[in-house]
Design a protein around this ligand. Structure first.
Ligand code: CDP
Length: 226
């Protein structure tokens, strides 16, 4: 069996991270949440009042940002300069600012470089917006996940409520649609389906069903000769 790279892309809140995590755990692969990296940079920019339009300030700030993932109590958590920021990067303050930050070419260049390095040895599942198109254009398996927008809003709201964050359905919907709009229209590596990606619409699939479908694709791919 080959140590392949699995790229999962798609719109906000369609379950990419859940599928990527489940797949990585079933295959004993590494998992990288590329969105968490954009969120961590955004948190740093917000905390340090970095002006996104100031190119020099952005480049300088990027030099001071170190992002790592650590496994704590079987949970993949994001660390920014040695601090656990996993909870902070999921809040609405970061969600509202992340897409403009992720559209900055210098930010993308820095993070894509780190993402490529993380995938060097294969045996990895990475989810995001440009993984199958830019980060790993040669990934052996590319999945483009989609789901009905109403279902995506419902899932994101459940996720936020579980974390004790009470937000109106309208504000969650606005944030998802606005991020989708910015992510798919930005000039630098916009969100789009790679030509060789396999589309999975998971609107009517539960977590186990989507995992089984993806695992089947992964096993078929791993059996193929390199
Ligand atoms: O969890 P959700 O799907 O809502 O978003 P995420 O995966 O945490 O990503 C947050 C934001 O980071 C996205 O809306 C994009 O603006 C940006 N992103 C990106 O530009 N490229 C990636 N590979 C991953 C995320």
């Amino acid at each position: 069996m080959r140590n392949i790279i699995i790229a999962i892309d798609g719109y906000s809140s369609c379950g990419k991270s859940t599928l990527a995590r489940d797949l990585a755990s079933a295959l004993r692969f590494g998992y990288v949440d590329s969105g968490a990296m954009y969120r961590a940079v955004t948190l740093y920019f917000l905390n340090h009042s970095i002006d996104y339009d100031d190119r020099a300030a952005v480049i300088e700030a990027l030099r001071h940002i170190r992002i790592e993932f650590r496994n704590i109590n079987h949970q993949n958590r994001t660390f920014l300069n040695g601090q656990d920021v996993e909870d902070d990067i999921r809040d609405m303050r970061v969600s509202s600012a992340v897409s403009p930050v992720a559209a900055i070419p210098e930010v993308r260049r820095a993070l894509v470089q780190q993402q490529k390095a993380l995938g060097q040895t294969g045996g990895i599942v990475m989810d995001g917006r440009d993984i199958g198109t830019v980060v790993f254009p040669d990934a052996e398996l590319k999945i483009f996940l989609t789901a009905d927008p109403d279902e995506r809003v419902r899932r994101r709201q459940l996720e936020l409520t579980a974390k004790g964050l009470e937000l109106t359905e309208e504000s969650v919907r606005e944030n998802l649609l606005e991020r989708d709009r910015i992510d798919s229209t930005r000039a630098d590596s916009p969100l789009r389906q790679a030509d060789d990606a396999i589309v999975i619409d998971n609107t009517l699939l539960n977590r186990q069903e989507q995992l089984e479908l993806a695992l089947q694709l992964a096993h078929e791919t791993m059996k193929q000769p390199a």
